[in-house]
Design a binder for this molecule. Structure first.
Ligand code: FAD
Length: 492
């Protein structure tokens, strides 16, 4: 095909993948739930090559799918079954740390840098890039920008959006926007970078970024707590926030079902406290000051929590190895759940104060549909972000006749419970292809119309990651048949 030949002339044969064996890891999503063919995958080495690829695709009217580490949990990074086969633009060869400015506390990087490599480069300069998540050994900074990734450091440092100062983006017409600003103040009109952050490759391909760095903590104190329930965990969070303020860097909640899955499925993991039943919290304090002082603060708050009857047990990590072992349990949940069965994962956020009510109401709503179904709960409680996961064994799941209908009803029950508390159905994973129906259901029509107008302005031909983020016209129009502002708008 002429387009593939043109790619080969541009990039060299080795950077154009067409064989099924070479494409296998790029066309199936991380959970193994979606798999559809691509026209090919191209591996550009620099921004100019990305721009040339986009121009070639645009000339041929072929859709493009930017891909980072392919760790999306909402089917955002792999081809769809319907429509024209896309070209996957995989940025894995673009992994240069372009520069680090320790005085300005910034680093400029290629979008294909793996997140863990960014952490290492920042640490080597005595700095911290604080976005941290279980997939950090595979996901790329461009993917985390595409999804506005959250993770375990949001409580103190914010999500990706809060840690990006500038972007370089290839636009759908093949032009390059150099927005690589390293400024902390820049009030010169619309802040375009925020449109690209979280747009999941539907508006442009991020090729470079200026990241905000922070002082590298010199002291970390970590503890694993056993609590009776989410309300007690919330009270403990309040104690920590009152006593530690911004030194509180993580507050992660898990229930016993989640811990059991990790212990069963991931070799080498062990529960830090003696009793698995009940609820678990991983709490971390970090600081640039004295380690002994931080450890003493942790101890004091834990004693107060024990005295108040808020926690039933607590283990403080007494070495770096213990600290890592505790975090490994937390970071193993996605792997464990994937191996153990079918979890209908939600990515809910509610106001932090509403987390206990959400868990209770979502559980009641799901049990009204499927009595006795085990619920797995894990989340970044300090941010109000809970992954509420009604969980089926593979056998139980395959015995259900109308799985899609049941999955939809369960998702609706959970999302309605969140919406009743003014929460959201997507806190950190994005929309991808799995949540476009929720967009149609929960997003106010005015907001959806504005999003469509933005998409139309950037990508009028709808060639960038089609079918993601925005709901298809049919479901949107079913819910909002009388929206005059949408009439005549081309579907994206
Ligand atoms: P991909 O999966 O390749 O792509 C994701 C989306 O971004 C797609 O829509 C893609 O088109 C777009 N995209 C990719 N690169 C670019 C680019 N250069 N320019 C424009 N668009 C682009 N997420 C969290 O937020 N918090 C967590 O705690 C968390 N934990 C996880 C744990 C595990 C084990 C796994 C597998 C995933 C987890 N995730 C989490 C989800 C996922 O890792 C993040 O969404 C991550 O940001 C995706 O990065 P990626 O490079 O793999 O992107």
């Amino acid at each position: 095909m002429a387009l593939i030949e043109a790619f080969k002339r541009l990039l060299g044969d080795a950077a154009v993948l067409t064989r099924d064996a070479d494409l296998a890891g790029l066309t199936e999503d991380w959970r193994g739930r979606f798999n559809a063919p691509a026209l090919c995958a191209v591996l550009p080495a620099n921004t100019e090559q990305v721009a040339a690829i986009v121009r070639l695709c645009a000339e041929s009217g072929v859709p493009m799918l930017p891909q980072g580490g392919n760790t999306s949990l909402c089917g955002g990074a792999t081809p769809a079954d319907e429509g024209k086969r896309p070209v996957i633009v995989a940025l894995r060869r673009m992994r240069r740390i372009r520069s680090i400015d320790p005085i300005n506390n910034t680093m400029e990087v290629d979008a294909g840098c793996v997140l863990a490599e960014i952490h290492e480069a920042a640490a080597a300069a005595g700095r911290l890039y604080p976005v941290s998540l279980g997939a950090e050994g595979s996901c790329q900074i461009g993917g985390t920008i595409g999804t506005n990734a959250g993770g375990t450091g949001v409580l103190r440092y914010g999500n990706t959006r809060d840690n990006v100062l500038g972007l370089e983006v290839v636009l759908p017409d093949g032009s390059i926007w150099d927005g690589l600003s390293a400024l902390r103040k820049n009030n010169t009109g619309y802040d375009l970078k925020h449109l690209f952050i979280g747009s999941e490759g539907t508006l442009g391909i991020v090729t470079g970024a200026v990241l905000k760095l922070h002082p590298l903590p010199t002291a970390e104190a970590v503890a694993w707590l056993a609590v009776d329930g989410p309300q007690k965990a919330l009270d403990v969070l309040g104690l920590f926030q009152a006593s530690c303020s911004s030194r509180l860097s993580a507050f992660e909640l898990m229930n016993d079902n989640q811990i059991r899955l990790v212990l069963e499925q991931v070799p080498g993991r062990r529960c830090p406290v003696a009793r698995i039943d009940g609820w678990h919290v991983l709490v971390e304090l970090s600081d640039t000051g004295d380690a002994a002082a931080l450890a003493a603060t942790l101890q004091t708050v834990l004693e107060r929590a024990l005295d108040a009857g808020l926690i039933s047990d607590a283990i403080v990590a007494s070495s770096e190895a213990q600290r890592k072992a505790m975090w490994l349990v937390r970071h193993s949940v996605s792997e464990a759940n994937k191996k153990a069965g079918v979890g209908l994962t939600s990515d809910t956020a509610v106001p932090v104060s509403a987390v206990p009510a959400f868990i209770e109401q979502a559980a009641a709503a799901v049990r009204a549909l499927v009595p006795d179904l085990p619920m797995v709960v894990v989340g970044h409680m300090g941010d109000g972000n809970i992954h509420f996961i009604p969980f089926f064994t593979f056998e139980a799941w395959s015995a259900i006749e109308d799985r899609d209908v049941l999955a939809e009803r369960i998702r609706r029950a959970i999302d309605d419970a969140a919406a009743a508390l003014r929460g959201t159905f997507s806190a950190e994973h994005g929309i991808g292809r799995t949540l476009t129906g929720e967009m149609a259901r929960y997003k106010p029509p005015v907001e959806l119309a504005l999003m469509r107008a933005v998409k139309q302005a950037f990508d009028p031909r709808g060639l960038f990651n089609p079918g993601r983020v925005l709901p298809p016209a049919a479901s949107y129009l079913l819910r909002h048949p009388m929206q005059p502002s949408d009439k005549g708008r081309p579907e994206t």
